[in-house]
Design a protein around this ligand. Structure first.
Ligand code: ANZ
Ligand code: ZN
Length: 817
């Protein structure tokens, strides 16, 4: 092979190594750097195996931005690390007998090598893994800070439980209601678990969305619905048989007069007592059945409902009526008060349940355009109208009626206006061994005692037995030497907490530690204040209701604790699409998995990167079945040959001047690609570069200086996408400093102006007007502009145009009759 043929394998490994060795991607200290800062953050990976196509897609996008910003003169922070605790490692340990630590770090090394091979511009000096004790020490520290601030509590809560394996299951291990390992139906088991008071931040999470100006409307809507603000009233009923007060939450207090029965969640604290006198066994098996259903099965409309009558009644405070109290699956304990008044005429789920059980229906809202009849209606009427059968409120219009009723309830002491949120407190306990230990000691005398800061981290013990305990505790509970410790407070015998923290806590603060690495703090607050908020975040929309809410909540708490001076971590966020194959998700079991390493082996990393970015809009899904790495490889080879062919004249430093079609094409490309990169339109940016390379090939007569200018611009524009081939050319042209430190090209406005020509408009061969038009004008636009001329109109109006002769761009002639 000649020395000048394009051979990515001869170019790429050496540059990959040299960039890292030279510290090319190391961020400068923002306190002393003269450059403005730019924090480019990618969601960090989970080390479950080698790189997959999704990584290539997401990280290439982020890498283009980071490299572009360096060339634009920014001091760029583009860090990388690993979200390294979690279930996969533990599963590997159980299945294959490998220590999770060994498995995890081996995968991390493999991914790190692949990242370098692809040429990602990560600042490796800031790398960490959330399973490093130096990291989780500070995860524990933050847990304790949250606890001091009153944001942590413990309560009993249902967890997934496999009765056969006798183990707690994470949500990911429940597939279609069955245990992932043995297909046994999963039940719920109550365990005492740790919670963060995330719901206290619900309103702020909503309000601050207006600062998230760089988030898509789609993502904001998902979060808004997840937080689920609703406005209504708590109303207190009395249980006729016991005298207990039963508070319900309703968003429609204007329908109080239409309540014909009550429904409690089967988990409601009153449920067992109210049913006890009549049917204990029936109650028990009912509760078990309901609790094995998912929330969606329980609440979706159109499902068969399951319920039982308790035998007790409630007294409606607005009219003194006694109405039956039922238990049913569709009322959830976790929302509102876990109890509702059922208004079947105006709530669809209540309606379905009433018809199923033969319970009465009473219309209390009449729509403007129809008269509802309780006996014949086939669905609930949930809209607005006039109140009816509602005593003094008859004739009041909704929605004003809601406010009027709330005001009256408050005056009468029967209820209070309430705002509620769907967002629940965050259960952070996991009964798993490969996680961050919760730094708490349980003492029979002192209760729950925080491990003192100077004793952190509470390190994970060496484990050999990863099998679940069968008691609902993590395997850590089996290590007696680790569990039994003196109480930090009284020194007596005590036991460590054996639950570990949800790994989403690890990923809720990692971006602080990248920005302010520190030996003796979670993060250096001054550095964090300099670098953050993140300027651009890139990651999957699958995290909309998980990581992207948890980390916002964490940042707000850190703000309130005085640790950071901002309340939103990343106001600009782009969600890349997924990579699929023939329309379905790539997976090992489907046998449609393509590995980035295979493409890189065949064509090199530059081709892999450009192919991925050229496959479609960054935010849309990419179907790998449709892409063409060969085509991209051929194009990159052409760019290479151009760079090699003109190397000598480029090295001589030619000075292009004046106007020429090629110079115009070059500056149009600079302008277009720059705008596209700014807006994540990587596929159209590549198309524009391809156009420029065609122009260079087509303009055989262009001046050599103009060709050199075009080739240099092309190579610079391409460099964030294909960093290796461009760097190699750049050096062959005699440049000693890396291309990443070269300035991004600027378009010359003088060369962006559009050339114009004079278009003559004739009617029957006589000149009626002359108009200045762009040189590239098309026939349709010529006809339109000609007919817009007053003088032309005067000669064609009222006549029939039988023929139009058009000679672009200079002549239009109308033949009229
Ligand atoms: C009576 C009523 C009449 C209702 C009517 C609606 C329409 P959002 O908007 O989502 O907040 N509800 C309250 N707590 C519940 C629970 N724990 N499980 C299931 N459903 C519950 O929904 C509030 C409405 O959902 C409440 O208003 C209540 O039904 C029901 F014409 O009360 B409504
Ligand atoms: Zn104690």
């Amino acid at each position: 092979m000649s020395q000048d043929a394009y051979d990515p394998h001869a170019i790429e490994p050496a540059w990959a190594e040299r960039w890292v060795a030279d510290g090319l991607f190391t961020a400068e200290d923002p306190a002393t750097s003269a450059k403005p800062k730019f924090y480019m953050l990618d969601m960090f990976p989970y080390p479950s195996g080698d790189l997959h196509m999704g990584h290539l897609e997401a990280y290439t996008g982020g890498d283009i931005v980071a490299r572009y910003k360096w060339m634009r003169g920014f001091n760029v922070l583009h860090p990388m690390g690993w979200d390294a605790f979690g279930l996969n490692a533990e599963n590997a340990a159980i299945k294959r007998g490998i220590n999770p630590r060994t498995w995890t770090y081996a995968n991390i090394e493999q991914q790190a090598e692949s990242f370098k091979r692809v040429g990602f511009s990560f600042d490796w000096t800031r790398r960490f893994h959330t399973c490093d004790p130096e990291y989780y020490r500070w995860t524990q520290w933050l847990f304790l800070k949250f606890r001091e601030a009153g944001l942590v509590y413990r309560k009993s809560s249902p967890t997934n439980w496999c009765p056969k394996d006798k183990t707690v299951l994470a949500n990911e291990q429940v597939i279609g209601g069955l245990c992932e390992r043995c297909d046994t139906p999963v039940t719920k088991r109550d365990l005492v678990q740790w919670f963060f008071r995330e719901s206290e931040y619900a309103q702020r999470l909503l309000d601050d969305m207006e600062r998230l100006t760089g988030w898509s409307e789609r993502l904001l809507t998902i979060q808004r619905n997840w937080i689920g603000r609703s406005q209504g009233a708590d109303v207190t009923f009395t249980i006729a048989e016991t005298g207990d007060e039963l508070t319900i939450y309703t968003t429609r207090p204007d329908t109080l007069w239409g309540a014909t029965f009550m429904v409690l969640a089967p988990e409601h604290p009153f449920a067992e007592r109210l049913t006890a006198p009549i049917r204990r066994d029936e109650f028990r098996s009912f509760v078990d059945r309901v609790r094995s259903k998912t929330e969606i099965e329980r609440t979706a409309a159109g499902h068969a409902r399951e319920g039982i009558f308790t035998g007790s009644h409630a007294i409606n405070p607005v009219n003194g009526e006694h109405i039956p109290i039922w238990l049913a699956d569709y009322v959830l304990m976790e929302y509102g008060t876990g109890a509702i008044m059922a208004v079947p005429a105006h709530d669809q789920r209540d309606f379905e349940f009433a018809r199923q059980e033969g319970l009465p229906v009473r219309v209390v809202i009449q729509p403007d355009d129809a008269r509802l009849d309780a006996d014949t209606m086939e669905a609930a009427y949930e809209g607005e109208g006039l109140m009816a059968n509602s005593g003094d409120f008859d004739g009041t219009a909704t929605p004003g009626g809601i406010a009027a009723v709330v005001k009256w309830l408050e005056a009468e002491g029967l209820g209070t206006g309430r705002v509620r949120y769907r967002l629940r407190d965050w259960n952070v306990s996991r009964q798993r061994a490969w996680g961050c230990p919760i730094p708490i000691v349980h003492c029979p005398r002192c209760g729950e005692v925080s491990v003192p800061e100077d004793q952190l981290p509470v390190e994970l013990p060496e484990l050999t037995d990863w099998l679940p305990t069968g008691t609902g505790q993590s395997p850590l509970a089996k290590i007696e030497g680790w569990v039994n410790v003196p109480c930090p407070s009284c020194g007596g015998d005590a036991k460590r907490e054996t639950d570990t923290l949800d790994t989403f806590i690890d990923s809720s603060w990692y971006f602080f530690r990248y920005a302010g690495p520190s030996q003796d703090a979670a993060f250096d607050t001054e550095s964090v204040a300099r670098w953050m908020p993140v300027d651009q975040y890139v990651g999957g929309i699958t995290h909309a209701t998980g990581h992207l809410i948890y980390s916002r909540f964490f940042t707000k708490v850190c703000h309130d604790l005085g640790l950071v001076p901002f309340a939103e971590p990343y106001p600009n966020l782009v969600n890349q699409g997924d990579v699929v194959m023939d329309g379905s998700k790539m997976s090992k079991t489907r046998g449609n998995l393509v590995r980035p390493s295979a493409i890189i082996d065949d064509y090199g990393a530059d081709t892999a990167r450009v192919t991925m970015m050229f496959a479609g809009p960054f935010e849309a899904d990419v179907d790998w079945a449709d892409v063409n790495p060969q085509g991209v490889y051929r194009w990159i080879s052409r760019v290479w040959r151009l760079g090699v062919a003109h190397a000598e004249s480029i090295a001589a430093g030619p000075q292009p001047a004046g106007d020429s079609p090629l110079r115009r094409a070059t500056h149009r490309a600079i302008e277009g690609v720059t705008g596209d990169v700014e807006r994540f339109r990587f596929n159209t940016a590549i198309a524009k570069m391809m156009t420029l390379s065609n122009e260079i090939a087509d303009r055989k007569d262009a001046a050599e200086a103009d060709v050199c200018e075009a080739v240099v611009a092309l190579v610079k524009l391409l460099s964030p996408f294909a960093p290796f081939v461009t760097e190699e050319l750049w050096h062959r042209w005699g440049n000693a400093t890396p291309l990443l430190r070269a300035p991004w090209p600027d378009a010359d406005p003088a060369l962006l102006t559009v050339e114009t020509v004079t278009m003559v408009v004739q009617v029957l061969g006589k000149v009626r007007d002359t108009i200045e038009v762009p040189a590239g004008i098309g026939e349709d636009e010529m006809r339109e502009r000609a007919l817009a001329s007053d003088n032309v109109r005067r000669h064609v109006d009222g006549k029939e145009i039988v023929k139009t002769i058009i000679r672009p761009p200079k002549l239009v002639n109308f033949v009229v009759k």
